[in-house]
Design a protein around this ligand. Structure first.
Ligand code: PLP
Ligand code: COI
Length: 360
């Protein structure tokens, strides 16, 4: 499907002086660009219509809008990277577009054609190009879709708003790539078989906040969830997938099913395979993790995702005890993969899997 975006630049964009000040230390997800993309859907009108690029502004939402009551909402996260030659790269936007469709399907929402998703993202990057930080910063793009039908009955909405907003970002964790500490939640679970764990709906994150708050209370950066049936096997962090590195050079990561199929996860598996490393997608228990860290069989663990890139895990805490990994330091495998991935994203090295889409 092709749809033409009506482009209406903001009448009062941020001044260059203010933009430069905001870009100096943007943190994560607090600074926003001047524009957004919007596409509407109405079943009765025959589908997607009214595609626009316009000034970022509040939505008009009726108080009975379905999303406000039954949380029919999905989102994505991807980044635009400034290359040294001044051009701009997107990393695997086709994979985000596909996952967005899968999320829509699971949440009984209208499916946005993948080319419209990618076009909307590219248009926002084009119009807000000056907002992409240099150095190790990037422009985090947040496509999302909400159910906007005015109706209190519980059923799939017949109207949706798809939008893309953009936020210049630095590091997700305050310490940058310094090792993070994680709290293994033995009280709360994230996802069960047949549930929504494998898609990116806002509700998954709402349900994770209590466990994340518990992680912070215990001095940890992030929560890691265990499986909902046996409460033994590692699943993923609140907003990242997880990998383990063993003394024989192999890696393992929890299998797909109830976890988000991370695009970073998939990319790491490909890069590790390219380097001749074995990567197992298999169940791994918290108990085994603790034993392997103590015996030295486990050398490293790291979290990965678009926002966090690759962050080594230095410490694990839980009600059944704490343990360190790699002496609490960043390990060479995590840091090597991190550099390799970042170099591809910023166009500093070749791109053997054709992951990069140049916007400029
Ligand atoms: N798991 C969860 C729960 C996430 O929110 C994310 C972030 O998007 C990831 C994993 C990593 O996914 P990706 O690598 O596609 O960003
Ligand atoms: C992302 O990495 O894109 C995410 O959605 C994670 C979120 C915690 C910011």
């Amino acid at each position: 499907m092709s749809i033409k975006f009506d482009i209406q630049p903001a009448a009062n964009p941020t001044s260059e002086k203010d933009r430069v000040a905001k870009l100096a230390d943007p943190g994560f997800g607090r600074v926003f660009t001047d524009h957004m993309a919007i596409v509407r859907y109405n079943q009765a009108k025959g589908g997607w219509y009214d595609a626009r690029i316009e000034a970022r502004a509040n939505f008009q939402l009726d108080p009975a809008g379905a999303v406000l009551h039954y949380a029919q909402e999905i989102f994505e996260g991807l980044k635009a990277y400034k290359r040294d030659d001044g051009g701009v790269n997107l990393f695997r936007p086709d994979a985000n577009a596909r996952r967005f469709k899968d999320s829509a399907d699971r949440m009984a929402m209208a499916q946005l054609p993948e080319d419209v998703f990618i076009e909307a993202v590219e248009q926002v990057v084009r119009i807000d190009r000056d907002w992409i930080p240099g150095g190790e910063g990037s422009l985090y793009l947040r496509p999302f879709m909400i159910a906007s039908e005015i109706f209190l009955g519980v059923k799939p909405s017949s109207e949706y708003i798809f939008a893309v907003i953009a936020s210049p970002v630095g590091s997700y964790f305050k310490g940058g790539p310094a090792p993070v500490s994680i709290w293994a939640s033995e009280n709360y679970t994230r996802a069960a078989v047949g549930g929504t764990g494998a898609v990116k709906c806002g509700g998954n994150y709402a349900a994770s906040l209590r466990a994340q708050a518990e992680a912070i209370q215990h001095g940890c950066d992030q929560v890691v969830f265990l499986d909902a049936v046996e409460r033994r096997y590692i699943e993923e962090l609140g907003g990242m997938n997880v990998f383990f590195v063993f003394e024989d050079g192999s890696l393992s990561t929890p299998p797909l099913g109830t976890i988000l199929p991370g695009i970073t996860r998939d990319s790491i598996i490909a890069l590790a395979n390219d380097a001749g490393k074995t990567v197992r997608e298999e169940l791994y228990s918290l108990d085994q993790w603790r034993k392997d860290a103590a015996s030295g069989k486990l050398k490293e663990a790291f979290a990965c995702g678009t926002a966090a890139v690759i962050s080594p895990i230095g410490k694990v805490r839980s009600v059944s005890g704490d343990f360190d990994i790699c002496g609490g330091a960043a390990g060479p495998v995590a840091m090597g993969l991190r550099k390799q991935l970042i170099d591809i994203q910023y166009g500093r090295t070749n791109d053997p899997h054709n992951w990069i889409k140049k916007v400029f």
